[in-house]
Design a protein around this ligand. Structure first.
Ligand SMILES: Nc1ncnc2c1ncn2[C@@H]1O[C@H](COP(=O)(O)OP(=O)(O)OP(=O)(O)O)[C@@H](O)[C@H]1O
Length: 463
């Protein structure tokens, strides 16, 4: 056996002396590591996208988490690639080895690997540039192809008595895009440019020594598109979405753990931030009041429990600020942090100051420009004789895009585009009348006060 090894070694040395070609092998699994090699996966994606289809023997597989058919080169097949005029050969291999196991029968383990062959004179080009190019491209393809996820934190009973919240996910399939988002075009462009610049800013953030994160505050009345915009952001940048329910998070430590578990391309969302957290760090007043009504716990026990909560439970404002500023230095990757609120005036200035929430975006009632986007989305209309009237009315009323959208759904409105627009006009006119009536009512209420003031003014003039 020793002699055989010795001979093989020298034969290999002897042949390589005359063979000008170099080979590099990339194994699917390395050593005892049961995780698939990331380099192997990146090469696989690169080859599938770039050259596998040129192979004459292909293998068909179903991609993870999807029904898409993936074609890659079959085992022992070879394809060529070219980089800066240099030709290279990739081949795919498989070996089966038997490993001892606890059972009586050894298990057969299948091992796959890729071999890259190139001429020795291109050694530097390949090792210094080509391989990085393949791996970067492969990773980019993986990101594009991956099934993005929507995560939410849910409480779970773990095997220990400690109750903690865990991320649970579903496939993220929200269809919203910036194209379908109803908003003034300039404002929309500004936001898209900002997001794209952020996503391309890896080197910039590294150069200025800042963590690669950006905070967005979306505010406005219900139904103006805050959640829709978050979905459009995720679709634009190909990010996962982590929707944190703060009231389910036990304390700051748990918040930190959850955030450190997020993926490297993530939008972390806290919706209705004003309702999730009492900005003094205590529980919401409303929640306490509810406790007051329903609480049947022994007051002594309750006191102890409250004390515990005040000291060491629930997420506090400082914990949240810490999360925005701090923990990301421990994380690689790009993170958007998005807060939404219907009551921006109730937020603590510390929470939303620039640097924490870098961009404040107001989503408001539907104006004509936003209406035109909705009309295009829902009715495929670029113009119509009724648009002018709608434009006028929209300047005088406050209807949310969500409400406008309801009027523009032909199936629900059981009619053609014209009927939808007419129904919308009727609703807007009604809204206008109601607004005027309300304004009149307010004036009537204010009348006595105004009369008193007028009289006082008259009196002082006569004096
Ligand atoms: N700006 C918008 N552009 C396109 N569609 C919109 C817009 N605003 C609202 N919509 C439509 O109205 C529905 C509700 O909107 P969305 O949930 O995004 O509002 P929101 O501001 O997040 O409301 P809330 O504050 O109640 O969570 C959406 O499903 C979408 O169809």
């Amino acid at each position: 056996c020793h002699l055989r090894g010795f001979i093989e070694k020298y034969v290999r040395r002897w042949t390589s002396f005359f063979n000008p070609y170099i080979q590099i092998t990339f194994h699917e699994y390395n050593g005892d590591n049961f995780c698939r090699s990331k380099v192997y996966s990146a090469i696989e994606s690169y080859l599938i996208a770039n050259s596998s289809l040129r192979a004459s023997r292909l293998r068909a597989d179903i991609a993870n988490n999807s029904r898409k058919l993936i074609l890659s080169m079959d085992d022992y097949e070879e394809v060529t690639d070219e980089f800066h005029g240099v030709k290279l050969w990739w081949s795919s291999h498989r070996s089966i080895s038997k490993t001892p196991s606890l059972s009586l029968y050894p298990t057969a383990v299948e091992k796959r690997y890729y071999k890259l062959t190139f001429h020795g004179r291109h050694r530097e080009l390949v090792t210094a540039y080509y391989l990085n190019h393949v791996i970067d491209q492969g990773k980019a393809i993986e990101v594009r192809n991956r099934q993005r996820k929507l995560y939410t934190n849910i409480p779970s009973e773990s095997w220990s008595s400690y109750r903690k919240t865990m991320w649970s996910h579903v496939a993220f399939q929200h269809p919203a895009t910036f194209q379908t988002l109803a908003m003034e075009p300039e404002k929309k462009k500004e936001i898209v440019d900002d997001l794209v610049a952020f996503s391309k800013g890896k080197d910039y953030y590294a150069r200025i020594g800042k963590v690669w994160k950006r905070g967005y505050l979306l505010y406005g009345p219900p139904g103006t598109g805050k959640s829709t915009m978050i979905a459009a952001m995720a679709n634009l940048l190909d990010y996962d979405v982590y929707d944190i329910e703060l009231t389910a998070v036990k304390d700051n430590t748990e918040l930190r753990r959850l955030l450190l578990e997020t993926s490297s391309k993530a939008i972390i969302v806290i919706e209705d931030i004003d309702c999730s957290l009492d900005l003094t760090g205590r529980r919401k007043k409303k929640e306490k009041e509810e406790d007051g009504h329903t609480n049947k716990v022994d007051p002594v026990e309750k006191g102890a429990e409250e004390e515990g909560k005040e000291k060491n439970s629930r997420v506090t404002l400082s914990g949240l600020l810490n999360f925005i500023d701090g923990i990301w230095s421990a994380c690689k990757g790009e993170r958007l942090i998005v807060f939404t609120t219907n009551h921006v005036d109730q937020l603590d200035p510390a929470l939303i100051r620039r640097g924490r929430m870098d961009k404040h975006i107001e989503l408001s009632y539907c104006r004509f420009e936003a209406f035109k986007v909705l009309a295009k989305n829902y009715l495929e209309l670029d113009s119509h004789r009724l648009f002018e009237r709608i434009g006028q009315l929209m300047g005088e009323t406050k209807m949310t895009p969500a409400d406008v959208a309801e009027y523009l759904m032909p199936k629900i409105q059981s009619g053609c585009a014209e009927t939808c627009l007419e129904n919308l006009i009727r609703a807007l006119e009604l809204e206008k009348e109601e607004t005027m009536l309300k304004a009149e009512e307010i004036n009537v209420k204010k009348m006595p006060e105004m009369l008193v003031k007028e009289e006082a003014k008259e009196g002082s003039k006569e004096d």
